[in-house]
Write a protein that binds this ligand. Structure first.
Ligand code: PXP
Length: 259
């Protein structure tokens, strides 16, 4: 069964709404671990809009499962990664105005630069994951720059299916069209997962996943790890974070069993 990395940025987003001290992402990491998280992910953004440098240092001290640092490929982030030493560095594109990471990293367009960047991370003992769309040219470029892992962007799959959970607003034809779109996106991710493995990299996936749509992704052959944040933190408002993580792990297990 695929492991579950829990993204806790969303907890820091709530804290930053008041620029206060609560809720504390470090407590969130502990609770997520208690609920069975196999990894903790945070994104240190250039503008520090949610997670900040102090959070990262405190998390490094208390997190027992692998700590995954999502970051832009900049010199500043390289220095921080070298000093904090996360278990993984995940390279993502970063746009100032975006609400969340909006698309995969265009590895193919900046191959030479990223190759050097990945080599410097490797030199510091940090394996690199790249967040990419399910497109073969990006996967091949990821292999050429020396990426250890590809995290396949599942956002288009997730968003294609969003309206399926509001069936009252849809007639039968509308449902068929949406289901076909979801099927197409799922097929692209499945094919990308096979290419990633054939190229000798680790196959991870994430973005926009929730208890309803995670099953089909969890069932993909060779999937190593899922990264999920928003849906787990949303569920935690009602049940607490431990239980929200447990519920997501059950949904992943159910998806694997249904395969
Ligand atoms: N993977 C990456 C690279 C991300 O940037 C995010 C966003 O936080 C996630 C996974 C998790 O996405 P979500 O919060 O929609 O579950």
């Amino acid at each position: 069964m695929a492991a579950l990395g829990v993204n806790i940025d969303h907890v820091a987003t709530v804290r930053q709404a008041r620029r206060g001290r609560e809720p504390d992402p470090v407590v969130a990491a502990r609770e997520a671990e208690a609920g069975g998280a196999d990894g903790i992910t945070v994104h240190l953004r250039e503008d520090r809009r949610h997670i900040n440098d102090e959070d990262l240092r405190r998390l490094r001290r208390i997190v027992r499962v692998p700590l995954n640092l999502e970051m832009a490929a900049t010199d500043e982030m390289l220095e921080i990664a070298r000093s904090v030493r996360p278990d993984f560095a995940m390279l993502v594109p970063e746009g100032r105005q975006e609400v969340t990471t909006e698309g995969g990293l265009d590895v193919a367009a900046q191959e030479e630069r990223l190759k050097g960047f990945v080599a410097r991370l490797k030199g510091a003992g940090i394996p690199t994951s790249v967040f990419v769309d399910p497109e073969e040219n990006q996967l091949r470029a990821a292999q050429r720059i020396g990426a250890h892992t590809c995290e396949i962007h599942t956002g288009r799959y997730a968003h294609a299916g969003d309206s399926l959970y509001h069936p009252e607003a849809m007639d039968e034809r509308g449902r068929e069209v949406l289901e076909a779109a979801v099927g197409r996106e799922l097929a692209l991710i499945a094919a990308a997962g096979l290419v990633v493995q054939r190229l000798g990299m680790r196959f991870n996936a994430g973005h926009g996943l929730n208890e309803e749509n995670v099953g089909a992704i969890a069932a993909l052959p060779g999937l190593a790890e899922l990264h999920i944040g928003h849906s787990i933190v949303s569920q935690a408002v009602f049940t607490g974070l431990r239980e929200a993580v447990r519920r997501m792990k059950s949904a992943i297990a159910a998806g694997c069993r249904a395969d």
